[in-house]
Write a protein that binds this ligand. Structure first.
Ligand SMILES: [Zn+2]
Length: 83
């Protein structure tokens, strides 16, 4: 049994494909885009929320005011329980 890890959906042609490997899902999206110009999207079955959270927590500019210090991903040295 192959565990499906991602589902690719193309709203423009109502197509849905499930993939067991993220790399294949990604390449399907790229191939579909190059062949049809459609912008398919993928949905990860697992870790989706965590991945989004990690992306948010990582921040984009690195400035202190933009860093989610309450995130478990924050690697600053202020590990006290002040808050
Ligand atoms: Zn399509």
């Amino acid at each position: 049994m192959v565990e499906k890890r991602a589902t690719v959906t193309c709203p423009e042609c109502a197509r849905t494909e499930a993939f067991g490997k993220l790399g294949r899902a990604r390449s399907f999206i790229e191939t579909h885009r190059s062949e049809t110009g459609h912008d398919a999207t993928w949905e990860l079955h697992r870790l989706a929320a965590g991945v989004e959270r990690a992306g948010d927590d990582a921040g984009v500019c690195g400035r202190a005011e933009c860093t989610a210090t309450k995130s478990p991903l924050y690697l600053g040295d202020d590990a006290s329980d002040r808050d």
